[in-house]
Write a protein that binds this ligand. Structure first.
Ligand SMILES: O=P(O)(O)OC[C@H]1O[C@H](O[C@H]2O[C@H](CO)[C@@H](O)[C@H](O)[C@H]2O)[C@H](O)[C@@H](O)[C@@H]1O
Length: 263
């Protein structure tokens, strides 16, 4: 495998999670998708899970007291279509708005309730953003509870103008604006990955937790996790996480190390 090995402090934290599993404790292994399990791409539809991570998650998913979860900003359907994860994996999409899990080779979704006033607001946001990006190189992505402005690859001046416009729309009542890497997401539900992780932790009764993420919305999650949790920032930039690895190649090595530590 081509990624860098975890540094000593992270390796020790992974070994401690492995020891928890070997003594019968439950460990939640939760991962962001873009920038963590897949390298970032100009075209979001080109992203696939890293082969090394896919293999390691297969191994981890086979351990009875390891619970694997993907916690992503992508819509649940989009995440499911490219994740290639084993049965039993929890999938959280749209930054925590959509929940499901893999069972019998398919996605089982939890019900998603969007109040009518929120649907109306989302339609208005979609219309306003569509008018703003018309004739530009920026793109829109539509999710069940949000619309996303993508400016990766756009002219920087145009990207700034559209970003400011989207953030202006995001200041409206009932809208949660989230900035990410060359994206502004306008959601009509107030959700966070931190809340999603808290729910999952309770649902599986985890004694140990690992979460790896690379983006602004992952910082929201890191900030809610405890000092004993193994939080891993992927890539450069300020972070509230305890540990850092360089890139998705290093994530694959980290997950393989954890899989080894559980057996
Ligand atoms: O929480 P994540 O799994 O990291 O999802 C966050 C967003 O990921 C995608 O956008 C990002 O990745 C794209 C593909 O590499 C890249 O082109 C874009 O610039 C990035 O922001 C996805 O398209 C969004 O819906 C997710 O919210």
């Amino acid at each position: 495998m081509s990624g860098a090995a975890p540094d000593q402090a992270l390796a020790e934290a992974l070994d401690a999670l492995g020891a928890t599993v070997r003594t019968g404790g439950t460990v939640l292994v939760a991962l962001d998708f873009d920038g963590v399990l897949s390298p970032l791409q100009d075209d979001p539809t080109a992203c696939r899970i890293h082969e090394g991570s896919r293999t390691a998650l297969e191994r981890l998913g086979a351990v009875p007291t390891v619970q694997v979860a993907l916690v992503s900003g992508r819509s649940l359907a989009d995440l499911d279509s490219r994740a290639e994860v084993p049965d039993g994996t929890f999938l959280v999409g749209s930054h925590g708005a959509e929940h499901g899990h893999r069972v019998d080779g398919a996605l089982a979704r939890d019900a998603l309730v969007v109040p009518p006033e929120a649907s109306g607001l989302l339609d208005a946001l979609r219309t306003a953003l569509a008018a703003a990006v018309s004739g530009t190189t920026a793109r829109l992505e539509h999710k069940p509870t949000s619309v996303v402005l993508h400016t990766r690859g756009s002219d920087p001046t145009e990207a700034r103008r559209l970003t400011d416009h989207a953030l202006g729309l995001g200041a409206r009542d009932g809208v949660d604006a989230m900035r990410g890497k060359d994206v502004v997401e306008l959601s009509v539900l107030k959700v966070t990955k931190g809340d999603a992780l808290a729910l999952l932790r309770e649902r599986v009764g985890a004694q140990g937790l690992l979460y790896a993420g690379d983006d602004v919305t992952d910082e929201r999650a890191f900030a809610t996790l405890g000092p004993e949790d193994v939080t891993v920032k992927v890539g450069p930039g300020a972070t509230a996480a305890r540990f850092r690895v360089q890139d998705p190649d290093a994530v694959a090595v980290l997950l393989a190390h954890l899989a080894d530590a559980t057996s």
